[in-house]
Design a protein around this ligand. Structure first.
Ligand SMILES: *Cc1c(COP(=O)(O)O)cnc(C)c1O
Length: 229
């Protein structure tokens, strides 16, 4: 049985090794601890080990844990599917949202972001493998969505997120992540004034390939906390 402290060190050294192989450094990467279905106590332990950014997929669960952990300076990331009736609480209680894939949701987050908070950081979620069951905007619809989102003053469009279909081979993983990076580069050309500096990609099983392809944020759950129920 490994402690969360050990797990965190292990994930950070995997990230460092992956970055080093392509001439990048750990400083360019943010680790997001995906704490969905994990206890507030486990999160507190990981925070004590030095982890600051946490990602949640289920709003009510996240709000409950935010209450319990309100004494900790956590940076909260929302990474799950977003229904319209959840946007107000998301706009009020998170610093980042990685899973915006339609204009209506972006508009609501913009309108509901409280004035006393800085603009909400946004990644647009791309359906990179064009899977009919997955959330995310299709690549062909990205330019129009990004253009609209970049004009919303209470949002800050930072980049792209994707959850590629699972692949066992490193080269296949790399190809999917490289596709996302290419989309970000195209967007940087299209929207010259937007602060497009973020690629949220890579999870427990494929973070090495994601970092090789240019990830700036990796979202890791299982390899930090252990299996979810
Ligand atoms: C659950 C989840 C993760 C973490 O996946 P692991 O394989 O447990 O590391 C990352 N991103 C999103 C969007 C998730 O829902």
């Amino acid at each position: 049985m490994h402690t969360l402290d050990d797990n965190l060190s292990h994930v950070l050294s995997r990230m460092q090794a992956a970055a080093g192989r392509v001439g990048r450094s750990l400083d360019e990467l943010k680790l997001i601890a995906v704490s969905k279905k994990q206890s507030a106590a486990a999160m507190r332990e990981l925070f004590a080990a030095g982890q600051r950014a946490f990602g949640e997929s289920y709003l009510q669960e996240a709000l409950d844990k935010q209450q319990e952990l309100s004494d900790l300076a956590i940076e909260w990331h929302f990474i799950g599917p977003i229904q319209s009736n959840k946007t107000r609480a998301i706009a009020e209680h998170f610093s980042w949202v990685h899973s915006v894939d339609r204009h209506k949701i972006a508009q609501r987050l913009n309108d509901q972001r409280p004035e006393h908070l800085p603009p909400l950081n946004i990644c647009l979620q791309i359906n990179i493998d064009q899977e009919t069951t997955k959330s995310g905007v299709l690549a062909e619809d990205l330019p129009a969505l990004a253009e609209a989102v970049s004009k919303l003053p209470r949002l800050r469009l930072r980049g792209l997120m994707a959850i590629p279909a699972p692949r066992d081979d490193y080269d296949g993983q790399l190809a999917a992540f490289a596709e996302l990076r290419k989309l970000l580069e195209e967007l940087q050309g299209q929207l010259k004034d937007a602060p497009l500096d973020s690629l949220s990609m890579g999870m427990s099983g494929d973070l090495e390939a994601a970092i090789a392809a240019g990830a700036t944020m990796v979202r890791v759950g299982t390899d930090l906390f252990g299996a979810r129920d």
